[in-house]
Design a protein around this ligand. Structure first.
Ligand SMILES: Nc1ncnc2c1ncn2[C@@H]1O[C@H](COP(=O)(O)OP(=O)(O)OP(=O)(O)O)[C@@H](O)[C@H]1O
Length: 445
């Protein structure tokens, strides 16, 4: 078995060459991604040795084993803070070349200072949100609307960010990487590592990622192409928490590694040219960062565990001409309709919320009904011809804004992944020590 020493993620030791500016710059320079590591790593504190799995172990099976139910943390106690609203932002993208050529006036009047959007004509309804944005700048959106949420996930709160809007309104542009303008996901990844390096002086971290899509109402693992990578099921733990069975989770130690996994997943996501968008997302994707941390100096202290969900929804759309696109569109529209119903019923205080009516709402149920901090970016098109769809998006955004949530920090007493990994590492160290002693004895004889 091959061994190397790799530090556990702490502020002093983590990736010495990491700089968020260079990391994002490298992405914008369009560098080809390095391949993801052949095997996920178990990493450790200074006193432990890291072990890479044996060459015969397959990437897929290791990935799957990391997500087995036995490694699920036992919840022990949680700290609640006052309830708050979901943060809602609206973004209107600039007109496309085609829209420019048709010399249409912009349909919407956005006033960022007031957080309002209204039809650019007299007597239109005025919609009000936490923030509204125009233009191409993803940094502004990240820094003013998302960064605080991302940083609070490093402190133990669960966080969810999702982009919602009709097809070709700019959800993927806002959430994922583009060569010119890195979106919320790469910015969040860079920020997580900056936080560990600069602010989490007394804590050590274990980070893992998963990436899935919901395509035609089936859940596919985007980081694993093995036998259990498509048509995954949602199960419920004895604590009543839903989880995706057999979804792989990968341990990560650098932002580049995370981005390599994202790149891998994006390559596997279903996208196609449609009547409305040259590169339309045909599935909802959920990228998850699982964060465990504990005070550096104490092995007995409670472990904090939290997750950050970054979600790029597929866009609602009118009926497409191509049969396959039409079928995909009907699955997309149905799940978005269910999401709308869930939001309405949460606001009405309904006893039964129809989370189980779609995979998307079932996966989002923990975020919407529970203890996550949630931010939603609703994207609209500027054109008059999209006025009705944009109005629907603005109404959805108003509904979401009313939903109350109660963010909590969850502490895990024992049996966390972090603890399990450390125990495995100690066990391997002992075995290694014995083997070395035996070999030395044999040589002496
Ligand atoms: N804020 C923006 N600034 C400049 N261009 C943008 C912006 N938002 C979107 N675009 C461009 O508009 C087009 C559609 O955007 P994008 O693919 O992100 O939409 P989408 O909502 O994710 O669509 P779908 O639901 O079909 O996947 C792309 O060419 C994208 O580059």
């Amino acid at each position: 078995m091959k061994r190397s020493r790799i530090p556990f993620l702490t502020s002093q030791q983590q990736t010495p060459s990491f700089s968020p500016a260079t990391f994002l710059q490298n992405m914008t320079d369009n560098q080809p991604p390095a391949s993801p590591p052949a095997t996920p790593l178990l990493y450790s504190s200074d006193s432990y040795t890291i072990s890479t799995p044996s060459p015969s172990s397959s990437y897929a099976s290791l990935a799957t084993s990391a997500s087995t139910k036995s490694l699920r943390p036992k919840l022990s106690k949680s700290t609640t803070i006052a309830s708050e609203n979901i943060q809602v932002m609206v973004r209107c993208r600039p007109p496309s070349d085609m829209e420019e050529q048709s010399h249409e006036q912009d349909c919407w009047l956005l006033i960022p200072e007031q957080g309002t959007v209204k039809l650019d004509e007299s007597n239109g309804t005025t919609f009000e949100y936490d923030r509204v944005f125009k233009g191409t700048d993803n940094t502004e959106i990240y820094e003013s609307g998302i960064q605080k949420l991302v940083r609070s996930t490093m402190e133990g709160y669960n966080g969810t960010v999702f982009a919602y809007g009709q097809t070709a309104s700019g959800k993927t542009y806002t959430m994922t990487r583009t060569a010119e303008e890195p979106g919320v996901i790469p910015k969040a990844v860079a920020d997580v590592f900056t936080y560990i390096e600069e602010e989490a002086i007394d804590r050590e971290f274990l980070l893992q990622v998963s990436y899935m899509e919901i395509y035609n109402e089936k859940i596919n693992d985007l980081l694993n192409t093995g036998r259990h990578s498509t048509g995954l099921s949602i199960r419920t733990t004895t604590h009543g928490q839903d989880y995706v069975e057999n979804l792989s989770t990968m341990a990560v130690t650098t932002p580049e590694e995370v981005m390599n996994y994202i790149e891998l997943g994006e390559g596997r996501r279903h996208t196609s040219e449609t009547d409305f968008n040259k590169n339309s997302s045909r599935s909802h994707t959920i990228f998850q960062l699982i964060i465990e941390s504990k005070p550096r100096m104490s092995s007995l202290a409670s472990v904090r565990t939290s997750r950050l969900n970054l979600i790029d929804l597929a866009g609602s759309e009118k009926v497409a001409t191509n049969t396959e696109r039409r079928q995909e569109g009907s699955f997309i529209n149905k799940s978005l309709l269910t999401l709308g119903k869930v939001i309405t019923q949460l606001n009405e205080g309904a006893k039964h919320i129809p989370y189980r009516d779609s995979k998307l709402t079932r996966i989002l149920s923990a975020s919407l009904s529970g203890n996550d901090r949630v931010a939603v970016i609703c994207t609209i098109n500027p054109a008059w011809k999209s006025k009705d769809e944009s109005t629907n998006t603005l109404r959805f955004a108003q509904g979401v804004k009313k939903v109350r949530i109660n963010p909590k920090i969850t502490q895990v007493a024992q049996n966390s992944r972090l603890q399990n990994y450390k125990e495995q590492i100690v066990e391997l160290e002992i075995q290694m020590q014995r083997k070395t002693e035996q070999e030395a004895e044999t040589k002496e004889r």
